[in-house]
Design a protein around this ligand. Structure first.
Ligand SMILES: [Zn+2]
Ligand SMILES: [Zn+2]
Length: 281
């Protein structure tokens, strides 16, 4: 069964030079589908276009032969790092509505399979926390209206995330906590709410302290992701991460769970296909 990279930022500038080669390597590594994650709405618009006509022609010198590229799907949303650039506050209702209407229009694109990534990042705090809360809550509501799942970023904000996941689950909103660091209280809330988690290359780091979460999450409730270009797994740590490295994450997850790479591959691919409602390969 093929693998899916459920979270990669293919439009990141670090892929601009050689995206053809990156996509060909992904395909050769058995990664036949990539969910490319938007960080803001211009990003989402570009990625939506890529779901129809994959970027190509000339990047990386060695153009991908027909059929040697993974199929690309996109998300549309605004990362907590970016929400400080958006209108907010009582005097800006009209502008806020305009941004949300643009988000809704992007979600109508057939290649856009989720809202996100959105969430809370209190590690970097690039935007004021009140602004982060408001833009996260707005995007959760839009996800609820649209019926699409939501891809959620949570860093150093577990206590604030828990009640939001619980409420979203009660409202029928489905989500994934991506780059899941292993907080067991948040895992329990997510599972109760019908949510999923996904694991990146940090599972291969010696410093990774979320092993219990990797072991406890039931099959069918977690996916694999690179979060490329960030967080490259061992032995590529510190270099650019790319979808071709998903097998390294699969193998480490299998090792931690005491199962086979094939079982992890089959269960994560099936779970991601269901969650994002992806068409057959
Ligand atoms: Zn993230
Ligand atoms: Zn991301």
């Amino acid at each position: 069964m093929p693998l899916i990279d459920t979270h990669c930022h293919l439009s990141h500038e670090r892929f601009r030079e050689d995206l053809d080669a990156v996509l060909a390597r992904a395909h050769d590594a058995g990664v036949t589908r990539v969910v490319s994650i938007a960080s803001h709405l211009d990003d989402a618009a570009e990625l939506a276009g890529w779901t129809e006509a994959p970027p190509g022609s000339g990047r990386g010198g060695d153009a991908s032969p027909e059929g040697r590229v993974p199929r690309i799907f996109a998300t549309a949303g605004i990362h907590p790092h970016e929400v400080g650039h958006l209108p907010d506050g009582p005097d800006h209702d009209g502008e806020v509505r305009h941004v949300l209407d643009r988000l809704r229009a992007l979600l109508d694109h057939p290649g856009v399979v989720a809202v996100g990534e959105c969430g809370l990042d209190f590690h970097y705090d690039f935007a004021p926390r009140d602004t982060q809360f408001r833009w996260f809550d707005r995007q959760l509501l839009v996800a609820g209206e649209s019926g699409l799942p939501v891809v959620v970023h949570c860093r150093a904000a577990e206590d604030e995330m828990i009640p939001r996941v619980r409420e979203a689950g009660e409202a029928g909103i489905r989500g994934v906590l991506h780059c899941f660091p292993g907080h067991l209280g948040l895992l329990e809330t997510a599972l109760d709410a019908g949510w999923h988690v996904s694991f990146t290359g940090i599972v291969t780091f010696r410093s990774f302290d979320g092993i219990e979460a990797v072991q406890q999450v039931p099959a069918g409730r977690y996916f694999l992701e690179t979060d490329g270009p960030y967080l490259a797994p061992i032995p590529h740590r510190g270099k650019r991460n790319e979808p071709a490295f998903v097998p390294l994450i699969r193998d480490r997850v299998a090792e931690l769970r005491g199962t086979t790479p094939l079982e992890v591959e089959e269960s994560t691919t099936a779970a991601a296909v269901r969650f994002f409602d992806l068409p057959a390969d």
